[in-house]
Design a protein around this ligand. Sequence first.
Ligand SMILES: NC(=O)c1ccc[n+]([C@@H]2O[C@H](COP(=O)([O-])OP(=O)(O)OC[C@H]3O[C@@H](n4cnc5c(N)ncnc54)[C@H](OP(=O)(O)O)[C@@H]3O)[C@@H](O)[C@H]2O)c1
Length: 341
Amino acid sequence: MNASTARPAAPGARPLAGRSVFPIGLGCMGMSEFYGASDDAESLATLRAALDLGVEHFDTADTYGFGHNEALVGRFLGGLSGADRQRLTVATKFGIVREPGRYERRIDNSPAYIRAACEASLRRLGTDRLDLYYCHRRDPAVPIEEVAGAMGDLVAAGKVRAIGFSEIGPDSLRRAHAAHPLAALQSEFSLWERHLEAELLPLTQRLGIALVAYSPLGRGMLTGALPATADLEAGDFRRALPRFNGEAAAANRRQVDALRALAADRGLPATQLALAWTLHRGPHVVPIPGARRRTHLAQNAGAGAVALDDAQVAALDALFPQGSAAGARYPDAGWVGIEAA
Ligand SMILES: NC(=O)c1ccc[n+]([C@@H]2O[C@H](COP(=O)([O-])OP(=O)(O)OC[C@H]3O[C@@H](n4cnc5c(N)ncnc54)[C@H](OP(=O)(O)O)[C@@H]3O)[C@@H](O)[C@H]2O)c1
């Protein structure tokens, strides 16, 4: 970064892909798929508002909206000044292959596929280098060293700045990192989903790998503002998720009511308390809450300034002990390629 673009790091900034980024990133997925209809104009305004609030990390993937999400982010990037573009670390991902309109997927990690997927992402994002490129899901037919090696070749070719994996387990993480240094592991991590805490949370910190926490608001459940599942739009993916249905949903909503009460005691929205807890898990954790609207984005960005004392963390830990979420986090078709169950 040159002198004209250098800005002081935000309080609580986190290292990511060789840069220091604002503690809260922005997940862009919902702007194209999964959580009901979206509005490109509001999505673009949300991306702009994020930048104006100091957010420096955007997350997308080739599979979100079958290219729509990358193209949308690319459209936004194309309108930025060089200085603003340089402030952003934009991550994308490859590996999930779906038929348009279908959730069911297969996974491809072959080197030829990775090279072709990278070219397609570069094109849609309108850039000549990806800041952070993830393998989205693992294809066990290809050894992870070969996958990391193919991604490392893209780094050597100048097409990718840093690499990461999503939803891999500790052994794979060690093996991949030995084949090519990893900048990030991206996996589901929130008050609601704490399975990473035993091994992957300390391991990533020890290895100097950022832990990018996806769905840090439990896909909206932890906001305490999610409508009843029956009232979600017909195409909303959460209608198919075990945690949002039946007895499991009722139990989960009771837990979230208690979270809201704890947050209200501090004069905070539940979202900010949930995100602050995630940030508190380690200086290498970067939550990427998804938001399609500026109001949500602004509230989430404010969580970076929420300090928690030990008693508050203990109260949250007691309210959401590991494994306390009712129901599986994915439907059967969603487990393919996930190692860190
Ligand atoms: N690596 C992977 O396999 C993987 C999987 C899933 C997601 N991700 C990434 O992680 C990002 C975040 O995860 P996510 O979007 O699944 O879940 P999330 O961040 O836990 O929750 C997003 C939901 O919460 C709502 N929301 C956000 N802020 C809110 C607020 N302040 N008040 C009320 N509601 C609020 C959003 O609504 P609006 O959209 O209406 O604002 C959306 O419905 C994704 O965008 C994607 O980039 C990665």
